[in-house]
Design a protein around this ligand. Sequence first.
Ligand code: ADP
Ligand code: VHF
Length: 309
Amino acid sequence: MDVRESLKDKKKIVIKVGTSTITHKETGNIDLDKLEKFVRILTNLINKGKEVIVVSSGAIGIGRNILGLKERPKDKAIRQACAAVGQGKLIMMYEKLFAEYGYLTAQVLLTKESISNGVCAKNARSTFEQLSKMKVIPIVNENDAISVDEEGYGNFGDNDTMAADVASLVNADLLILMSDINGLYTDDPKENPNARFVHTVSRIDSELERMGRGSGTSLGTGGMATKIKAAKIATNANADMVIANGESIYMINDIMAGKKVGTIFLSKKHPYKGENELAPIKDIYRKHRNKIMKNTKGELNDELYASNW
Ligand SMILES: Nc1ncnc2c1ncn2[C@@H]1O[C@H](COP(=O)(O)OP(=O)(O)O)[C@@H](O)[C@H]1O
Ligand SMILES: N[C@@H](CCC(=O)OP(=O)(O)O)C(=O)O
């Protein structure tokens, strides 16, 4: 069975785009071409009968750019002011682009309490339900201008885990994280040239968690560590999760067509329950099967991934 076949039938999809996907690396300005394509792809999915919830980063990065700040501000108040400026611009762009296709958008700003406090979560859920009935597309972000990063309150800080919490809150069956990288590697490929790509994850164990390191850019927040955390939340809530490269935003269509792109994390109810699959090692394993099995006796980490090809 092809593990991605079922992606074609997903109905409720949360799609998160990182700052790096919707802005130009060189200037930090909004990448209008990319954002336009993104909105058109989403509209097309909606026209096919899918329900789409967008989680969009970018408020701090875009605000920082508008305010002419070169570096990511260390000062919290400045970051919050950047978010307040940037969020307005971001939502204005989404509203304008979706309106071209006749769709309404809604800004939903969440804090950690929106999820952790039962009453807030119930309210948030009913807002999403109502928007869905009204065929309005939610554009979600953390309420960075007021989020409290202090003991007892906490903030999301990254939109990866927030998107997973949203997926869980609305009972989505698929979470897509569009990132600046193809998916999960065994290590950060920007640091380790020997890192190998992981196509399929059916089990999140401590070894897999160790693969996820922080962000490699000044725009990104969280890196792969927060994406693995997100995968845990989403897959436990019965949503599959795919990480793919937002460089080519059309990748979303490939994901929905069940093509083998990005890394898929299988939900706990996914009918395929094999081992995790590590790409190039597969070929090495086939070629040197006997030698590897004789020499490693299960001691090689790679063998953990090799049993189900
Ligand atoms: N094991 C890993 N596999 C892939 N990328 C990793 C890994 N560990 C850390 N990273 C880093 O995570 C980055 C992606 O996350 P992030 O910087 O938050 O961007 P985005 O918000 O676009 O997803 C990659 O560019 C990479 O440098
Ligand atoms: N909420 C913040 C983004 C946090 C975040 O996760 O950023 P990113 O790594 O670009 O997805 C913002 O809108 O700037």
